[in-house]
Structure formats: structure tokens, C-alpha cells
Design a protein around this ligand. Structure first.
Ligand SMILES: Nc1ncnc2c1ncn2[C@@H]1O[C@H](COP(=O)(O)OP(=O)(O)O)[C@@H](O)[C@H]1O
Ligand SMILES: [Mg+2]
Length: 225
């Protein structure tokens, strides 16, 4: 896959695979191309090369990706701050009008605190709560593949652990497949089975997360010990 923003060549031909039921992490410094990788998959940036989902070549359009069950939680969350928590969740279900109540109950099963906060404007939630709402909204579409862009951004370590704990539960209980982009390599490697390290729009390293966590270059550059 390749991607450009005008003259900026953001991805220089990267190739990655996510197997059904896996959590795969993409690590890398600021500007390495992590966000662009997710955008290229969900069709929100022009790309060259192909994305194959379930053995079928995906058309490059966000609608086509959403229809096939790919949900993208962008960097910066993208919740609607003037709308209530519940209205945000309802928007997430736009492709599935049926079974809304049941779907809400399913999501409250992962985020119990939301049940009594439905009428709260999203903009008045804490940063961690907004990140959870963004995740919950994506879940309302019952995705098969979740693309998560830096869920830890700006959040306290305890909240980051809580969010990754929920991602792991979703993976175990709903067999949700996850491609997560992170600068927080520690938590991302703990939560994933495989990972890719991007450098300047190329895959610099890839392998089982346990192996990468032991890799000296990864430790020095991304784990800081
Ligand atoms: N909208 C944009 N217009 C121009 N250049 C962009 C845009 N978005 C990202 N880039 C550039 O593309 C490269 C990769 O960016 P990005 O995928 O956002 O990296 P990361 O998510 O790893 O921090 C960077 O050099 C960045 O400056
Ligand atoms: Mg990014």
C-alpha cells in the first residue's frame, strides 16, 4: 500500500496482514505513517495498492469499508460534543436500525457507567470517557474489524489500561479483530499478538509482540528501557 497527501509521500509501500480474531499493533514515532495506514484501510485517504478483506478486494470508499464491517475510531476520537452520549451511540448504529435497544445493552455490558449517563452531552465527559464513547459508538455498528487510532493519547495510565482491557475483552468475547495504532508501545505490545513498527512510511520491524518487546532496538526507541 502507498499513500500521499499531495507532494507528501506518507506511505512508501507497506504491507500488513491481520488475521481473523487477532489484535495487531502498529507502533512508530510521530509522523511515521500510523494514522495514514488506518486511513488507507478504511478508505479515508487515497491509496495505491489493495486492501483485501475476507478474500475480497475492497473498493476505496469509507462507505464500502463500513458496509463490510470495518469501523474506524480516528485519532482525536471524533465524538459529537453537543450531542448526548446516547445520541452519539445511536449515530454509531446508523447502518443497523434494528435491535437498537439490544445493541445498547450489549455495549453497556462493556461500559457499565454509560447506562446512567446517557443524557450527558459528550463534550462534558472526561477525556477517557470520550475515548470510551468513541469506541462504544464504533461497536454499535457491530464491526468485524476495528481500527483504533492512538486510544491512549493524552490519557492517564490507569485509564489507558482500562481501555485496553476492554479491547481485549471484546476480542475474547466477541471475536472482534483489532488493528490498533499506538505510540504507547508498552501497553500495545502487551495487548496484541503481533506488531509492526513503522519508520518514515515503511515497515521497519514486524513479528510476535512478545519478541518485539524483547528486541533491543524496540526497547531503546519505544519502550525507553
Ligand atoms: N493531511 C495531511 N496533509 C499533508 N501531510 C500529511 C497529512 N496528514 C499526515 N501528513 C504527513 O504524512 C506523514 C505521516 O503522517 P501520519 O500518518 O499522521 O503519522 P503518525 O500517525 O504515525 O504520526 C507525516 O509526514 C505527516 O506530516
Ligand atoms: Mg497518528
Amino acid at each position: 500500500m502507498e499513500a500521499r497527501y499531495g507532494p507528501v509521500h506518507a506511505l512508501h509501500g507497506i504491507s500488513l496482514t491481520v488475521d481473523d480474531g487477532e489484535i495487531v499493533a502498529v507502533l512508530g514515532a510521530n509522523g511515521a505513517g500510523k494514522t495514514t495506514t488506518l486511513r488507507a484501510v478504511s478508505g479515508t485517504v487515497a491509496r495505491r495498492g489493495e486492501v483485501v478483506f475476507d478474500g475480497r478486494r475492497l473498493r476505496r470508499s469509507p462507505e464500502a469499508a463500513a458496509r463490510l464491517g470495518i469501523a474506524h475510531v480516528p485519532e482525536g476520537r471524533g465524538t459529537f460534543s453537543e450531542l448526548t452520549l446516547l445520541e452519539n451511540l445511536r449515530l454509531g448504529a446508523y447502518t443497523r436500525g434494528d435491535g437498537l435497544e439490544e445493541n445498547l445493552e450489549r455495549v453497556y455490558g462493556f461500559f457499565g457507567w454509560m447506562r446512567n449517563r446517557r443524557e450527558q452531552p459528550a463534550g462534558t465527559l472526561s477525556g477517557g470517557e470520550q475515548q470510551m464513547l468513541a469506541l462504544a459508538r464504533a461497536l454499535m455498528s457491530r464491526p468485524r474489524l476495528l481500527l483504533l487510532d492512538e486510544p491512549s493519547l493524552g490519557l492517564a495510565p490507569m485509564i489507558v489500561r482500562e481501555i485496553f482491557g476492554i479491547v481485549r475483552r471484546l476480542n475474547e468475547e466477541e471475536k472482534l479483530t483489532v488493528l490498533v495504532v499506538e505510540q504507547n508501545a508498552t501497553v500495545a505490545l502487551e495487548s496484541s499478538s503481533r506488531a509492526y513498527v513503522l519508520e518514515a512510511g515503511r515497515v521497519a520491524l514486524e513479528g510476535p509482540s512478545d519478541d518485539l518487546a524483547k528486541d533491543e532496538a524496540v526497547r531503546r526507541s519505544y519502550l525507553g528501557y
